[in-house]
Ligand binder design. Structure first.
Ligand code: DDQ
Ligand code: CA
Length: 264
């Protein structure tokens, strides 16, 4: 819902307003068609097949993973499946993981607790309570972007995690829910669609889906080596500097480096 009151110049009074819902005037059925891309595997690396991947994130030159179910934060490498370091988080179900370069931010699914980590190895600096579910998380231009299983992306202030604004994700006018792991890129946010082999690339400002990425070759590559209905594509990380893209899945034995190409 748009809040006309907030768009008035009475900005002081607007401090009390709920998060702003951003919309473009022409959002709707006339949305331009998204790009159709395919994720092609260029390298295959080992991944711990017991890791219920909920977040994949480069931080200070290292690769980190948040795992759900049993739950931990771990530092991993492309050379081996076993984590190089990990800290268990008993009693919670960890989810999305983001880095602002200085800290790691880790969501929980239904525990309404955000873990904030700093230092190397990371130490828990604080926990922040928030309402609702936590699915995916990434950091973009001073804000943490959160998915919660709905078609809404929420933008939070990293300082106290209060929600500043939100945007609805649409594909040619149709809301897209089940957005799970996220990765913030310069020109859009990548989102895994839960229980699918599809990754969406979404415009930050309008929520429009810019690209639909078919990552089914990856699910195909692990087929026969995963044994759970919940072993689905989840985990996207872009390497700062090189911009290499890595994708994996929950309980998958492989972590893939991919390139995105147009369909043949
Ligand atoms: N979420 O990632 C979609 C937010 C939550 C997934 C929870 C899946 C059920 C966990 C049961 C564990 C079975 C191995
Ligand atoms: Ca990520």
């Amino acid at each position: 819902m748009r809040r006309p009151f907030c768009s008035l110049s009475l900005s002081l009074l607007c401090l009390a307003c709920a998060p702003t819902q951003r919309q473009t005037p022409d959002a709707g059925a006339q949305d331009s068609k998204p790009q159709r891309l395919v994720a092609q595997v260029v390298h295959t690396y080992p991944h711990d097949p017991t890791a219920f991947t909920q977040g994949l994130q480069f931080h200070q030159g290292q690769l980190y993973e948040s795992t759900g179910e049993k739950g931990d934060l771990r530092r991993i490498s492309l050379d081996q499946a076993a984590p190089l370091w990990k800290q268990s988080l008993p009693g919670v179900f960890p989810e999305g993981l983001a880095s602002d370069g200085e800290r790691l931010y880790q969501l929980t699914w239904q525990d309404e607790t955000l873990f904030v980590w700093s230092g190397a190895p990371p130490a828990q600096e604080k926990q922040v309570a928030y309402p609702g579910e936590g699915w995916g998380l990434c950091y973009w231009k001073g804000q943490l972007v959160r998915s919660d299983g709905t078609a809404t992306l929420r933008f939070h202030d990293p300082k106290d995690f209060h929600e500043k604004s939100q945007v609805q994700v649409t594909l040619q006018g149709a809301p897209q829910d089940m957005l799970n792991e996220l990765e913030c890129a310069e020109d859009g946010v990548y989102a895994n669609v839960w229980h699918s082999s599809t990754v969406l690339k979404i415009d930050y400002a309008t929520g429009r889906v810019l690209a639909v990425i078919d990552a089914s070759a990856l699910a195909e590559a692990v087929r026969g080596r995963v044994h759970s209905f919940e072993a689905v594509l989840n985990g996207i990380a872009l390497e700062p500097g090189t911009n290499r893209m890595f994708l994996t899945g929950k309980l998958w034995p492989d972590l893939f480096e991919v390139v995105l190409v147009g369909p043949a």
